[in-house]
Write a protein that binds this ligand. Structure first.
Ligand code: ADP
Length: 394
């Protein structure tokens, strides 16, 4: 099966073409365009390039196109990207303005350019469909909740991959099988010892998810990707009273306040140096106290959410690090794991220092809790889920 993964930004289009054999994959081609103004033209150009390069004889050979959609109104999961899906994206365009319009337009465009291909959308919220209502709801009046304001959660593709892969690494193929089939079968009972995992996706944007027997039970992001951990440029958790107060006392319009909370906050806002943790750490080593505060705040926030989910699940069997920061930064991993010997979690500092962007186990020999690094590859995760969806349809 040939699956094209389309990564659509507000001015960019990147693609990868996979040959899928079961859930094993081979990348046949990849490419991309920046500063896109005409999506129809670049999509047709990409298809022509694949033909010219001899990767495909005709666009009709592409069986499916996968889209990593973010958030739809009243729609989640791994779904056929049809008119209902496009409407759900359009209806929440105001909540995800950088992501929903390009995906809605891209899906419409692919439906014209590749009329024979199955179009599949994997929502970033999909992994959180089974989060208990008590945790998914905010304590808001009915009218707000009817308008769709609830905790959705994001980075679902990445955390689901961690759920499946961590279970395999821990020899729990029963749990891995539940996660693998989650979007086709829903949660399944596991007999015997439960598996309790907390997954830390730490990158340009970051989130922490609790995973019980292969199914997400909660996550740090909420209604939008604007809550939970501090992000590169986004504030993360903020008391709702702070927004009206800042608007009144600093004389900000709503638009300006929103811009500052999404573009000038997070690691950049606290450090005053950079939105890249590498620069923040370098400044901290040079003695910059604002940079030190930014790093401490990130670590504190990660520990806060890990602790919350470990408590909700009645314990922790594995802590997983993934994405740019989680895979590469051993100092941050050490800080997250510091002083938890009483909880049975002890990191081996040599193994930790050695692990960079590779799958690894970092726990000391006497640590009851496993500490894992699992590299993220979101296109590959998406290609797998598209394959599973198409296989379940036929
Ligand atoms: P994104 O979340 O932006 O899609 P990634 O998961 O690849 O992408 O994360 C990218 C981020 O990872 C960059 O913003 C960078 O700050 C961070 N990063 C990468 N390597 C390191 C490192 N060695 N130390 C700290 N941060 C790192």
């Amino acid at each position: 099966m040939l699956v094209l993964i389309a990564n659509l930004g507000s001015t960019s289009f990147k693609y990868r073409l996979y040959r899928m054999e079961s859930t094993e994959q081979e990348v046949l081609a990849k490419g991309g365009y920046e500063r896109v103004t005409d999506y129809a033209a670049v999509i047709d150009d990409a298809l022509a390039t694949l033909q010219k390069d001899g990767v495909i004889a005709s666009p009709d050979e592409i069986d499916a196109v996968g889209f990593k959609t973010v958030l739809g109104k009243d729609l989640s999961g791994c779904v056929v990207a049809d008119d209902v899906c496009v409407k759900a994206l359009d209806d929440f365009a105001a909540v995800a303005p950088a992501h929903n319009p390009p995906y809605a337009n891209g899906i419409r465009q692919f439906a014209q350019s590749l009329p024979k291909a199955q179009l599949v959308a994997l929502f970033e919220t999909a992994f959180y469909q089974w989060v208990p209502q008590a945790r998914a709801n905010y304590a808001l009046p009915q009218a707000w909740r009817d308008a769709g304001i609830k905790r959705y959660g994001f980075h679902g593709a990445s955390h689901k991959f961690v759920a499946e892969r961590s279970a395999e690494m821990l020899g729990r193929n029963d749990v891995a099988a539940v996660t693998a089939a989650l979007y086709q079968k829903g949660p399944q009972e596991i007999s015997g010892t439960p598996l309790r995992v907390v997954s830390c996706h730490l990158g340009g944007s970051s989130s922490v998810t609790g995973i019980y027997n292969g199914v997400a039970i909660g996550t740090s992001m909420g209604f939008s990707p604007q809550s939970g951990l501090p992000q590169n440029n986004r504030v993360g958790d903020l008391d709702s009273g702070a927004l009206p107060y800042a608007m009144k006392t600093l004389g900000l319009t709503l638009e300006e306040a929103e811009r500052q909370m999404t573009k000038e906050s997070g690691l950049l806002g606290l450090s005053g140096v950079s939105n890249d943790l590498r620069d923040v750490i370098a400044a901290m080593k040079d003695g910059n106290p604002h940079a030190a505060l930014a790093l401490d705040h990130l670590v504190d926030s990660i520990r806060h959410w890990v602790g919350a989910f470990a408590w909700q699940m009645g314990g922790l069997d594995a802590l997983v690090f993934t994405a740019g920061i989680g895979e590469n930064n051993s100092d941050l991993r050490a800080a997250v794991c510091a002083g938890l010997e009483n909880f049975g979690l002890v990191i081996d500092s040599d193994k930790n220092t050695a692990a960079r962007a590779v799958e690894a186990e970092l726990q000391a020999a006497h640590s009851r809790v496993k500490i894992l690094v699992i590299p993220a590859n979101e296109e590959q995760v998406l290609a797998r889920e598209v394959y599973r969806k198409i296989s379940s349809l036929s």
